[in-house]
Design a protein around this ligand. Structure first.
Ligand code: DX5
Ligand code: ZN
Length: 233
């Protein structure tokens, strides 16, 4: 399903399947969507750009029919450009590439949009948000990492909150989502939401305590994040 036609900054919770049962992605996705997920976040890692390996385009294509919300594909790979077509063909709604993954991010974002897919730009915690300024007109989403990418379950880096606030100012009226990825839970979600983020990726804080056989904790965990920012319950 493509993104809605109308842009909005309402809170969206995007569970990361990095914390799901890798032997059962289809059922995990259906369970977490039934429990209130807004988007599904798909972490692709290459063991080179980040020190961990997950999966590639065939797996992303295989899970697409199980996603009825938005498939948000976060590429932690370098190089990116040779694989854009394959992830677009796999059915991604958004493809996010890292600024740090290559010398020609401007070209990468253009290439993503040329496939008809929304383009996202991710920034590591060590990268100043100002570096995104010349690229913002090409971005449907900017993902600020609040951990160093590679693994779920890491500790939120609090110094990133000031960067979220700066980025929100830089974006101005552009219809560009601000996504936060890493260490999001009910204690950190309010900090980034208040600073201007609208898409909150959460892996361990959503999947903890639940399973396909017992999915109710997924819903409780999602509602706890929503409640922490004062949205819904
Ligand atoms: C980190 C990934 C994240 C990760 C988030 O490299 O990009 O999406 O799964 O996991 P938590 O929410 O557990 O920090
Ligand atoms: Zn991610």
């Amino acid at each position: 399903m493509p993104l809605p036609e109308t842009f909005d900054r309402s809170l969206k919770i995007a569970p990361s399947i990095l914390s799901a049962d890798f032997a059962n992605f289809g059922a995990e996705i259906r369970a977490v969507e039934a429990q209130g997920a807004d988007w599904i976040h798909v972490d692709v890692m290459d063991g080179h750009f980040v020190p961990n390996l997950t999966f590639g385009p065939p797996l992303v294509k295989a899970i697409r029919p199980h996603i009825s919300t938005v498939m948000d594909v976060h590429l932690m790979i370098a190089p990116v450009d040779p694989y854009i077509e394959a992830f677009a063909d796999a059915g991604a709604d958004i493809i996010t590439a890292h600024l740090e993954a290559g010398a020609h991010t401007h070209r990468t974002l253009q290439a993503i949009r040329a496939t008809g897919t929304k383009a996202g730009l991710a920034l590591n915690p060590g990268t100043p948000v100002e570096a995104a300024a010349p690229l913002l007109d090409l971005c449907d989403l900017v993902c600020l990492m609040t951990v160093n990418p590679g693994f779920g379950g890491q500790k939120f880096i609090h110094s990133q909150v000031a960067q979220v606030r700066k980025l929100r100012e830089m974006i101005g009226d552009r219809e560009t989502h601000i996504e936060i990825d890493g260490g999001v839970d009910p204690t950190t979600a309010p900090l980034v939401f208040e600073a201007g983020a609208d898409v909150l990726v959460a892996g361990s804080a959503v999947f903890r305590g639940g399973s396909v056989e017992n999915p109710a904790p997924y819903g409780e965990n999602i509602r706890a994040i929503r409640a922490s920012v004062g949205v819904g319950a």
